[in-house]
Design a binder for this molecule. Structure first.
Ligand code: NAD
Ligand code: DAU
Length: 352
């Protein structure tokens, strides 16, 4: 592809930073603009290794700010958008649903309006890619998988806000012909994930001998995917996905939370030279998450069949690499777990 101006929203977050890095290095002829409000979850340290690249521009800004976004799109005339910016943590959505409506729903519509205005029905080579989650499909029992045809049944304020944003994206395609593509992905893990999510939280707490808080009985199931594999899928879908279509992305890798945490404990004991069984003693069962979805599992056959994508890494290898990254990046962890993180931690866990 010739020179291409691509806006990535939420590029300072966990998944966004992996997407920005992949696109900057793989497509040196693209101009990559990273738009991020730098909320508690956004961190420019995530991109330290690539921020000097000549094809990279960072813009601090809020997707809820319609005037600012309109002006930015008019000025830069982007060819494409990959939209990841969102409030992403289910527990925070239970504590404060409105923030999720404003960022995830209103923010997405603000971006759709701005893209529509600059492309003005000239859609050749243009694309609006909305990154979403498998949580929009609700909760599975012991059997079955989410396919692209599964009816939406969101059950947390987070998933309801993501479902709503997905509907708006599809509505702009049907009503205004906006060239959109969507994906719904399962749980990601890997480096640079904020330690409010299960895996980095447990790694951090094992290291510091703090309680590993298991919600309910720990028998909820999640389907885990290495974040770099999600970034690869986003690359393939952005370039080759069919306009108007949705692709499910997943790892075919289901784990009960308690089994996953015990595996983490075992790996951490080995890496920290602790006696086998030491870290498991930190496991503490706490009050369940309200409305806790029991099981997510993605059927990712469409993306494999149509676009040739599949996960590259076995879970144990990915977990081991992930633990090594957190153990070798103390400075990053210390920065993100200082300040307001402490208040969040106390309200979420110590008062539970
Ligand atoms: P994250 O919370 O780590 O990062 C979100 C980023 O968005 C942060 O950099 C934050 O500063 C930015 N942001 C938040 N509000 C903003 C606003 N109003 N304006 C501009 N920027 C704003 O999230 P993540 O885990 O990297 O998830 C990224 C996207 O992928 C989200 O849309 C999420 O719903 C989706 N997703 C996440 C997962 C997962 O397992 N983490 C799985 C499937 C889909
Ligand atoms: O499925 C995709 C989704 O995965 C993304 O859309 C979300 O942005 C992302 O946060 C993630 O949502 P989950 O709620 O599944 O992730 P989390 O890491 O918060 O929790 C994973 C599981 O572990 C879930 O069943 C809740 C449980 N849990 C979590 C925490 C933080 C615990 O038992 N204890 C904990 O302390």
């Amino acid at each position: 592809m010739q020179s291409h101006k691509l806006l990535i929203t939420g590029g300072a977050g966990f998944i966004g930073s992996h997407v920005v890095r992949l696109f900057l290095t793989k497509y040196p002829n693209y101009s990559i603009y990273n738009l991020d409000a730098l909320t508690y979850a956004g961190n420019l340290e995530n991109l330290k290794d690539v921020e000097h690249m000549p094809n990279y521009t960072f813009i601090k800004g809020d997707i809820k700010d319609a005037a600012f976004i309109q002006e930015l799109f008019q000025k830069e005339q982007f060819d494409g958008v990959i939209h990841l910016a969102a409030e992403s943590h289910v527990d925070r959505s239970i504590a404060n649903p409105m923030e999720f409506v404003l960022t995830n729903v209103i923010g997405t519509v603000v971006l759709l309006n701005a893209a529509r205005a600059i492309w003005n029905n000239n859609f050749d080579g243009k694309r609006f890619y909305h990154v979403s989650t498998d949580e929009v499909y609700g909760s599975l029992g012991e059997e079955g998988f989410f396919t692209e045809e599964t009816a939406y049944d969101p059950r947390s304020p987070y998933s309801a806000s993501k479902a709503s944003s997905d509907h708006f994206v599809r509505a702009y395609h049907h009503t205004f012909y906006l060239p959109v593509v969507l994906s719904n992905c399962s749980n990601n893990y890997g480096s640079h994930q904020f330690p409010e999510k299960l895996i980095p939280l447990c790694i951090h707490n094992i290291k510091h001998n703090k309680a590993l808080t298991i919600y309910g009985k720990g028998d909820n199931v999640r389907d885990w995917l290495w974040v770099n594999d999600h970034a690869r899928a986003i690359d393939v879908i952005y370039h080759s996905g069919k306009i108007g279509e949705t692709y499910n992305i997943g790892g075919f890798n289901e784990w009960k939370n308690i089994d996953l945490v015990k595996t983490l404990c075992k790996l951490m004991d080995e890496k920290l030279n602790r006696q086998p069984g030491t870290s498991e003693q930190l496991i503490t069962y706490v009050k369940d998450r309200a409305g806790h979805d029991m099981r997510y599992a993605i059927d990712a056959t469409k993306i494999k069949r149509e676009l040739g994508w599949e996960p590259s890494l076995q879970f144990e290898e990915g977990l081991s690499k992930t633990i090594d990254w957190y153990l070798n990046n103390d400075e990053w962890l210390n920065h993100v777990t200082g300040g307001t993180y402490k208040n969040y931690y106390v309200s979420q866990y110590e008062k539970r």
